[in-house]
Write a protein that binds this ligand. Structure first.
Ligand code: ADP
Ligand code: MG
Length: 623
């Protein structure tokens, strides 16, 4: 077959552009990436060979072999892993198939220094070879794919600039060889000393031998033992970090490392990491945890959703079980008692480690919560058993200062007579601080939690209470503000204006088709009006979300509350009973309702009518 010429996927092209033209500070990481891929390829074949031993039988000792050719100025990395066939070479080395890639690519700014940082987090993987090479030749032969008995291998060649070629080739035995023609000025990567040092720094944790051929001799450069089975005391932070990068296919740092071994009925070792940065695809629908499952040191799968709940999907790392059978299948994983035990064990351990850090270094913990709290809160909704532990870990914005608070902190600040934990939900904590519904609470010094994650509405209605204290939305039902002792700051209570009852009656009549009720408010101090939901009705924000997602045709009617202490309301109360003012009161009733809707972030049902009424009220004011 003749040579084929193909284009890189547009995203790869852009990635390569950034990789090749940026002065990447640690170019040497290309070696880590290639060794990491070689190790993954060996892991995959070892797994396939469990059911088809013939696949690996001719060459059973997995390893990664590095060689240098000074004259040709090439550095070569070869493995005897699973290999790639024609289509896989095109797919794996010509596109980026990871979940969320498109979303990630949208985040690229065009500003090189920023993009390099982003890409560092994303992980450049194989393409990092082009940081040091101006030509990369990949020769690969897939294990077991040898239908004709001939040495069927494929050669992929590219200079990393837009396209690559692919053609039939020869390769002795299965696996992949990556030959890099080093760029001008990259001669350091032809020095055995330098290669040794890089491998020790970045790839010591790799669980198979990484060798270097020197003067005809082949020397092993790394420890070649699974890192997670080594004693904790012997592992340096740097080794943990490099393992994290290998396991997570990413370039950032671990924030928390949880390494432990469980012995007893179910035996396993786990090495888990919480990343320091929020993965760019954390909220992508395909996003899953990145915890690999091993059985007695053999890699089984990185797709076992049963291993870690989705509300811990930011975790990366490895779990190695002593009890699962090596030939465990995807179906077997689904209802496996051993796996369920491991999962419970992992959750307990991670939550207790988080609690420890929260106690040890509260500020550091807040950094974690800021990035991953909204994911962890999904657990409040999904996992009843873990609610108490998660509520303890949860932090919230509140009207008490600008920082975060725990629920224990909130409860400690509750006022005499206050029985409930008050909250308001919305899209944005800053806007929530200005909601009319919390004015009365603020005036009395009663703290309100400001919940701005979409998940908040769901868990809070599912949970209902914390340590016997009910959660109550300030936008729902009546307030109990009268029962709560003021803390001195409260403005003098004025008596309600004399015409108030009449005004409420007039408004009720005017708005009888639009609201459930009109009443004098306890919760307003500054604003003239606000909307609230009736006690038994859905919270207004949930209702709005359901309507947006077409889960609900029409919401329940609201209650409009008016502020008896507001000058406008007092003035309107004096007009009640005057026949010539009836029309003006009707106009004002509708205007105030629309105003409350706008503050609530709702769209007006009849904007034209609103504009007409506003104009007529303004004209009256000017007259
Ligand atoms: P990642 O390792 O995060 O998947 P890379 O860019 O490093 O991304 O590699 C892309 C893909 O190319 C890998 O997922 C794998 O399928 C394939 N690949 C790369 N190197 C090898 C190799 N040495 N042997 C077999 N497949 C490989
Ligand atoms: Mg890789």
């Amino acid at each position: 077959m003749a040579e084929e010429k193909l284009h890189f996927q547009a995203e790869v092209g852009r990635l390569l552009d950034i990789v090749a033209h940026s002065l990447y500070s640690d170019k040497e990481i290309f070696l880590r990436e290639l060794i990491s891929n070689a190790s993954d390829a060996c892991d995959r074949l070892r797994y396939l060979a469990l059911t088809d031993p013939a696949l690996a039988a001719d060459d059973p000792n997995f390893k990664v072999r590095i060689s240098i050719d000074r004259k040709a100025r090439t550095l070569t990395i070869a493995d005897n892993g699973v290999g790639m066939n024609h289509d896989e070479l095109i797919q794996n080395l010509g596109t980026i198939a990871r979940s969320g890639t498109a979303a990630f690519m949208k985040d690229l700014t065009g500003d090189t220094s920023k993009d390099v940082k982003l890409i560092g987090q994303f992980g450049v993987g194989f393409y990092s070879a082009f940081m040091v090479a101006d030509q990369v030749v990949v020769t690969s032969r897939k294990a077991g794919e040898d239908p004709s008995g001939a040495n069927r291998a494929w050669r992929w060649v590219s200079d990393g600039r837009g396209d690559f070629t692919i053609a039939e080739a020869e390769r002795e035995g299965r696996g992949t060889t990556i030959e890099m023609h080093l760029r001008e000025g990259e001669d350091e990567f032809l020095e055995p000393m330098r290669i040794r040092q890089i491998v020790r720094t970045y790839s010591d944790h790799i669980a198979l031998p990484v060798t270097l051929v020197e003067d005809g001799k082949e020397n092993t450069l790394n420890s070649a033992a699974a890192l997670w089975h080594r004693p904790k005391a012997e592992i340096t932070e740097q080794q943990y970090r490099e393992f994290y990068r290998h396991a997570g296919h990413l370039g950032d740092e671990p924030w928390l490392t949880v390494h432990f071994k469980v012995e007893g009925v179910v035996e396993y070792t786990a090495l888990l990491f919480v990343p320091a940065e929020r993965p760019f695809d954390l909220f992508h629908p395909d996003r899953r945890h990145r915890v690999k499952l091993y059985v007695r040191r053999v890699f089984i799968t990185d797709e076992a959703p049963e291993l870690v709940p989705s509300w811990l999907r930011f975790l990366k790392g490895v779990v190695d079980s002593e009890d699962l059978p090596l030939n465990v299948s995807r179906e077997m994983l689904q209802k496996n008692a051993v796996l369920t035990k491991i999962r419970q064990g992992l959750i307990s351990r991670v939550l207790s480690e988080l609690e420890k850090t929260a106690e040890k270094d509260a500020d550091d913990y807040l950094g974690f919560w800021d990035k991953f709290g909204s994911v962890l809160k999904e657990g409040l909704y999904e996992d009843q058993e873990r609610r108490a532990a998660l509520l303890k870990l949860a932090r919230f914005r509140s009207t008490h200062g600008d920082g975060w608070t725990s629920l224990a902190g909130y409860v400690g600040r509750m006022k005499p007579g206050q029985e409930a934990i008050y909250y308001i939900t919305g899209d944005d904590a800053k806007a929530l601080r200005k909601s009319p519904q919390i004015e009365g609470f603020a005036a009395k010094g009663v703290e309100v939690l400001l919940l701005s994650d979409p998940i908040d509405d769901f868990w809070i209605s599912a949970i209902g209470e914390y340590e016997g204290k009910k959660f109550r939305s300030v936008t729902q039902g009546g307030t109990d503000l009268a029962k709560i002792a003021a803390d001195g700051k409260e403005a003098e209570k004025k008596d309600p204006p004399p015409g108030l009852a009449g005004l409420v009656a007039v408004f009720r009549l005017a708005l009888k088709d639009e609201v459930k009720d009109v009443r004098a408010s306890e919760r307003l101090t500054e604003s003239a009006v606000c909307l609230v939901a009736d006690q038994g009705d859905l919270d207004m924000r949930i209702e709005r979300m359901l309507r947006q997602h077409k889960q609900l045709d029409q919401g329940a009617k609201r209650i409009m509350e008016i502020n008896p202490r507001h000058a406008l309301i007092a003035k309107l109360a004096t007009l009640v009973g005057k026949t010539e003012e009836a029309q003006a009161l009707d106009t004002m009733a509708h205007l105030l309702l629309d105003q409350a809707r706008i503050v609530e972030g709702e769209t007006l049902p009849d904007p034209a009518a609103f504009a007409r009424r506003l104009a007529s009220a303004l004209a009256r004011g000017l007259a």
